[in-house]
Structure formats: structure tokens, C-alpha cells
Design a protein around this ligand. Structure first.
Ligand code: NAD
Length: 500
């Protein structure tokens, strides 16, 4: 069986570590590869390669760095289907969804190709007599990225394209559950002409990550994953003097007002709650209908649609299924456990995904979509992130109650309101304590040229991912104030300055 190693200094290298982890195909439960879990020493080697490459890469003109990214973009486009197949076979999501993920990642590459413009500083002439002032946005040095399993292409592409475009070098630590896509992206970067050592991958777990958080040669860490780990990453890397952005978990609510177009809202909810088997940080996991009548109509329509949801392998001949398997057997058991918890807490289980008929291997990690009604704040299925295809209906008597329910929640990643009332929508956008808000848009993921990030316990650190914040995160500003004698002579030749 193939053992995946690392990508260091422009080469795929075997790991010397004796610790390994299995990589599975979640649709069949079969082990497809073995992943070496890199030692601290191997991780330090990757940091050394990145440190060595920084001196040259940071001096290359931004325009030339952008040209390499343009080539990379063309190569990723050429290999989109291949990358999507890799994602579907290790993550389990359906092929069209996997392709969509590659395309969303590519949009960040397209943004990063504009680096000559994005990295321009500010300039003021004559801030004093004969004095000019300007800013430089300089790269930081070696930056590190640690990514989760649920977007094995897109999340790394939220990080490294902008970091590299700004002149940094990079060490990426992908999720150990689906590491192959990032390895393929590293090869494509090399094919695009990226110099050796500028982008490196170490595969592994906590041992590798801890080196990235503490090695003094690493200047900044970007992290995306669950909240407890995000908190740990933020605390540890900050304590070691690094710049950190650590994006965590989520529990996203969608408010459905009595005047909403209910068919549109239900279609949107189906995709947002059950797409990618609910394994998205922007998935909607709580529907909040306002008023009893809205709740009854919503429930009725959701049941009809949920009964038609097709569940099966991500890679099939013919049209895609709506939903693939979960990532691991442990995660499947955890989601099942949450369904038991919801029942015990007194929520009404209207559709039980544990009994859904599905295609494919019985050894795959499949579960159908579940729907709970009469969920209330305080229940664990409302307060905790399930990260599976389980939608909770939490009824609210009024708009204010819906807003309070969301604002009282510990997470603040994404949210949405469906309404035809502009006033309600405006009030919602103004008062909601959440980082990304949709109005009649269920998954309001900002485009690459805006920044992505939540509030509260969904993000640790001040700067969001990609967009303008991405450029700020991966650069530091230097302000130069300069005076040359000629400017003063010129000013005093023409007139005498008043003395008071
Ligand atoms: P995870 O936190 O288990 O793992 C994320 C990364 O951290 C992996 O690379 C993993 O190897 C590493 N890691 C795990 N334990 C560690 C430890 N003790 N010390 C150091 N490193 C460690 O997350 P996951 O299960 O891979 O991904 C799902 C989570 O990611 C969900 O909570 C989801 O909401 C979140 N997520 C958030 C966003 C966002 O933008 N906010 C986006 C995608 C996913």
C-alpha cells in the first residue's frame, strides 16, 4: 500500500517517521493509503527549506510572482476533474461539490494574481518641507498553514496563494484524513515554475503542528478547524510571538420570516443543511421559523424534500447523489450519538437519517438526513456543532426572539434571513452578532476579493481569511519618511517662510 510522505524543497520525500495513520475511502470503508505522521525533526527540515528560499523569493518582483500564480491557475483548471476525483475519493463529497470546491479555491488564486496592485503602499508627497512619506507592505518570512478535512483543496487555497504572492514562503500541514489533494497542488505549483523550497508540505498530526507553532523561524500561522484546536493554536502560536488567524467551528442559523418565499427558503435550506453531508463550517444547522404558522408550513415542505434526498457514493456513473458519506466511522458514530441525545433531550425527531435507504457499500460511512423539530436553546443539539446532516427547527415567536437566539449562541460564523421585508433584513444585518450574513442567500460565503471569517468562538485573531485581510495578514507595513536637501533649497529659493 502506498505510503504518503512529505513535499519538501520541491521534492516528494519519504518520511522517516515510524508513526503512520490510515487514509480511507469513506464511500467503501477501504483503506486506500498510509500516511506518515511526520516527526518534529522532519517538520523543522521543511521550515529550514522555507527559510532558505525566503531570501530569494521575497526579492522577486510581485509581477513575476503573479505570473507563476497565473500558470498555476491554468494548471489547476486543466486538472480540475482529477483534483475533484481525489477529493471525492478521500473526503466522500459528491463530484460536483468537489469540483465546486476547487473552483472556489481558484478564485483566491485569481485574487492573488492581482498582487502587484494589492501590495502597493501609500505615498504622500511633501508631508513637510521637502519631505515625502511612503509605506511598504513587506512579506513576513516563513508562514504556516494547518487545514481541516472538510475542504482539502479550498482551505489550503485560502492560505498559500496570497502568502506566496506577498513574497512569503510556506509550510502547509493538511488534514491527515484527506492529504492527497494538497500534495497534488504542491506538484502543480512546481510545474508552474515555483522555485524549490517556497512551498512545502508536512503531513502529520499534533507533533508536526506543534513545531509550526513554536519554531522561532515561523512568523505567522493560519489555521482552520474545530474551536478547541483553534483556541489552542491561537494561544500557543501567539505566546511564541507569531501572528495568528485561527478559524473555528460553527452553528449557523437561518431565520425564516412569515413573509418569506417559503419554497425558495426550503430549497435553500436543503442545500445548506444537507449539502456535503452537513460537513461545512457554513452549513445551516438550525432553521428558525418566526411564528407558528411559518413553522408548520416549513416543516411540511422540508419533510417532502428530505424524503427525496439521494444518499450514496460521491463518485458515480450518471447524475450525482445529493449527499455522500461522512468522513470517518468515528464521525458517523458521533453524529448518530447526537441523534440519540436530541431524542433524550425531548426534541421531536421527525426524520431519522439512521434509517434512510441508500446506495453503495454497507461498509461506507453513510447516514441519511435527519430533521428535528421543537429544538430549544439549552439542548446540546442546539448548542454544539454536530457537523453532520442533522437540521434542527428551533421555533421563535418573534423576530426579536430569533435574533436573541442567534446572538446568545457561542458561535458566530454565518447566518441568513429569508424575508421580503427590507426593514427586517436591514435590522437583522445591523444587529446580528455574526461575521457573515446572508439576506435570501443561505450560505453567504464572501467572494475571494472580500474576506472570510466569523465572530465570537468561530475566529481567534483580528484578521479574516483571504481578500484585503489576507493581504494584511501576510504582510507587515513599514513607513518611510524621507527628506532630501534639494527640496528644502527649492522651497526657500522661492519665498521666505513665515516665522510664526
Ligand atoms: P480539527 O480541529 O480536528 O483539525 C484541523 C487541523 O488541526 C488538522 O490538520 C489536524 O491535524 C490538526 N489538529 C487536530 N488536533 C490537533 C492538536 N491537538 N494539536 C495540533 N493540531 C491538531 O478539525 P477537522 O475535524 O479536520 O475539521 C472540522 C472542523 O473545522 C469543524 O469544526 C468545522 O466547523 C471547522 N471548519 C471551520 C471553518 C471556518 O472557516 N470557520 C472552515 C472549515 C472547517
Amino acid at each position: 500500500m502506498q505510503t504518503l510522505g512529505n513535499f519538501i524543497n520541491g521534492q516528494t520525500v519519504d518520511s522517516t517517521s515510524e508513526r503512520t495513520a490510515p487514509v480511507y475511502n469513506p464511500a467503501t470503508g477501504e483503506q486506500t493509503a498510509q500516511l506518515a505522521l511526520s516527526s518534529a525533526e522532519e517538520t523543522r527540515n521543511a521550515v529550514s527549506a522555507a527559510k532558505l528560499a525566503f531570501a530569494g523569493w521575497s526579492k522577486i518582483a510581485p509581477l513575476r510572482r503573479a505570473r507563476i500564480l497565473f500558470k498555476f491557475k491554468a494548471l489547476v483548471e486543466e486538472h480540475t476533474d482529477e483534483l475533484a476525483r481525489l477529493i471525492a475519493s478521500e473526503h466522500g463529497k459528491v463530484f460536483s461539490d468537489a469540483k465546486g470546491e476547487v473552483i472556489r479555491g481558484l478564485e483566491v488564486v485569481e485574487f492573488a494574481c492581482g498582487i502587484p496592485h494589492l501590495q502597493k503602499g501609500e505615498h504622500s508627497t511633501n508631508v513637510g518641507t521637502g519631505v515625502d512619506s511612503y509605506t511598504m507592505m513587506q512579506p513576513l518570512g516563513v508562514c504556516a498553514g494547518v487545514s481541516p478535512f472538510n475542504f482539502p483543496a479550498m482551505v489550503p487555497m485560502w492560505m498559500f496563494p496570497i502568502a506566496l504572492a506577498c513574497g512569503n514562503t510556506f509550510v502547509m500541514k493538511p488534514s491527515e484524513k484527506d492529504p492527497s489533494t494538497a500534495m497534488r497542488l504542491a506538484e502543480l505549483l512546481k510545474d508552474a515554475g515555483l522555485p524549490d523550497g517556497v512551498f512545502n508540505i508536512v503531513n502529520g498530526d499534533k507533533e508536526a503542528v506543534d513545531v509550526l507553532l513554536t519554531d522561532e523561524r515561523v512568523e505567522a500561522v493560519s489555521f482552520v478547524g474545530s474551536t478547541p484546536i483553534a483556541e489552542y493554536i491561537y494561544a500557543t502560536a501567539s505566546a511564541h510571538g507569531k501572528r495568528v488567524q485561527a478559524l473555528g467551528g460553527a452553528k449557523n442559523h437561518m431565520v425564516i420570516m412569515p413573509d418569506a418565499d417559503l419554497d425558495q427558503a426550503v430549497d435553500a435550506l436543503m442545500g445548506a443543511a444537507y449539502g456535503s453531508a452537513g460537513e461545512r463550517c457554513m452549513a445551516i444547522s438550525v432553521a428558525v421559523p418566526v411564528g407558528e404558522e411559518t413553522a408548520e408550513r416549513l416543516r411540511e415542505k422540508l419533510v417532502v424534500q428530505l424524503n427525496q434526498l439521494s444518499v450514496g457514493p460521491g463518485l458515480v456513473e450518471g447524475p450525482d447523489n445529493d449527499m455522500g458519506p461522512l468522513i470517518t466511522r468515528e464521525h458517523l458514530e458521533k453524529v448518530k450519538e447526537y441523534i440519540c441525545i436530541g431524542q433524550k433531550e425531548g426534541a421531536e425527531l421527525i426524520i431519522d437519517g439512521r434509517h434512510t435507504a441508500m446506495q453503495g457499500s454497507h461498509d461506507g460511512y453513510f447516514i441519511g438526513g435527519s430533521l428535528f423539530d421543537h429544538v430549544t436553546p439549552g439542548m446540546r443539539i442546539h448548542s454544539e456543532e454536530i457537523f453532520g446532516p442533522v437540521l434542527c427547527i428551533a421555533r421563535a415567536a418573534s423576530f426579536d426572539e430569533a435574533v436573541a437566539m442567534i446572538n446568545d449562541h457561542e458561535y458566530g460564523n454565518g447566518t441568513a434571513i429569508f424575508t421580503r421585508d427590507g426593514d427586517a433584513a436591514r435590522q437583522f444585518c445591523e444587529n446580528i452578532q455574526v461575521g457573515m450574513v446572508g439576506v435570501n442567500v443561505p450560505i453567504p460565503v464572501p467572494m475571494a476579493f472580500h474576506s472570510f471569517g466569523g465572530w465570537k468562538r468561530s475566529l481567534f485573531g483580528p484578521l479574516h481569511m483571504h481578500g484585503p485581510d489576507g493581504v494584511r495578514f501576510y504582510t507587515r507595513m513599514k513607513t518611510i519618511t524621507q527628506r532630501w536637501p534639494g527640496g528644502i533649497r527649492e522651497a526657500t529659493n522661492h519665498f521666505t517662510m513665515p516665522t510664526h
